[in-house]
Design a protein around this ligand. Structure first.
Ligand code: SF4
Length: 347
């Protein structure tokens, strides 16, 4: 936005208030990402935003209606703003760039492309730091320090003024994590699959990566932001994509698109089981239709591929203690299973 010479307002990080606002004004049975989004928008409008840029969508799930419903709700609440909806155009990159033109009127095409590249580099840097935490948190005796380094890294990347600097920061942060005292334990490897927003947004998944890391499990996520952008907006041209292989793995179990990432959830569970993961946790917002479809198929995948799977649904009534207890029980079960299979020495 800076590079496009647009003044922007970043809403505050997602908090209890964000969710409360969203819950108060959303239809009761809508999925949690929309409630959080609505809360984000209200907080941004309160801070003076006059334009909202929102992703669009289509297909069997509810995402395609989000932008329109949110716009109507916010207008009824009396906010004065315009909403620009960017329709995610699976592989039709040209049409996406046309939609982006309305945001880039203050700059030349070259400047616009530079801004996009900078945003991409920052996202990649953030993901490297996230991957660093996912890898080193279960391997260190100093989990507080690992999380502190991670938070510091995010702040430094936000402040970075160019792509090269953000990548350099990411490398330094990962090196710092690497130097933390090791706990000399072989962590369990848990695949995290499910609805994309819940997987990507720590506030929506009760910081599941950190909880699992502290329980001695390395999280292998199926999706990062750049993967989604690459697969759905840029035709898979910017970085290597595993989507085709994942959909192939899903074929014997679910051979058609059910909206959202339902098919990917099945495909990635199969792929991760074959790569030697110790367990799979599927996460999603309560009532998420594509993930409900995937959940009904997971027991068969679990049996045939020989991997324990658990599903966790989140909504505004979910409690931190409940999530912690279920994760502890799952990790305990996976760890005993691995031990009895003779794969690790008993601690
Ligand atoms: S994928 Fe699930 S959570 Fe996301 S919009 Fe669709 S139904 Fe809602």
């Amino acid at each position: 936005m800076n590079g496009l010479q647009l003044e922007f307002i970043t809403p505050p990080p997602i908090s209890k208030r964000t969710l409360e606002l969203g819950v108060k004004y959303s239809p009761e049975f809508v999925c949690m990402p929309m409630k959080i989004n609505l809360g984000n928008f209200i907080e941004a409008l309160e801070m003076g935003a006059d334009t909202i840029v929102m992703g669009g969508g289509w297909g069997p799930c509810r995402f395609g209606y989000y932008a329109q419903i949110e716009r109507d709700i916010l207008q009824e609440l009396g906010y004065d703003f315009q909403m620009i909806v960017l329709e995610a155009s699976d592989s039709k990159t040209k049409s996406l760039f046309k939609q982006l033109q309305s945001l880039g009127q203050n700059v030349s095409l070259r400047q616009a492309l530079q801004s996009i590249k900078f945003a991409w580099d920052k996202m990649t840097a953030v993901e490297q730091v996230e991957k660093g935490l996912e890898y080193y948190l279960p391997r260190t005796n100093k989990p507080d320090e690992a999380e502190r380094i991670y938070e510091q890294g995010l702040k430094e990347i936000i402040a970075a003024v160019n792509g090269r600097q953000s990548m350099q920061i990411a490398r330094q942060i990962v090196q710092k994590m690497q130097k933390l005292e090791s706990n000399s334990q072989e962590p369990l490897v848990i695949g995290l699959v499910g609805e994309v927003y819940t997987v990507l947004e720590p506030a929506a998944n009760y910081e599941i990566t950190k909880v699992l890391g502290r329980l001695g499990a390395e999280v292998r996520r199926t999706i990062y932001m750049t993967d989604w952008i690459n697969d759905h907006l840029l035709g898979g041209h910017v970085k290597a994509s595993t989507r085709r292989q994942v959909l192939k793995c899903a074929q014997p179990y679910l051979n058609y698109w059910v909206g959202g990432h339902g098919q990917e959830t099945i495909g990635t569970t199969v792929a991760m089981a074959r790569q030697g993961c110790d367990g799979i946790i599927q996460i999603g917002p309560l009532t998420c239709m594509p993930e409900i479809v995937a959940q009904t198929i997971l027991p068969l995948v679990s049996k045939k591929e020989g991997i324990p799977c658990m599903t966790l649904w989140f909504d505004e009534l979910t409690g931190t203690a409940g999530v912690q207890t279920r994760l502890e029980a799952f990790i305990d079960m996976v760890s005993r299973r691995k031990y009895t299979a003779g794969k690790v020495e008993e601690a």
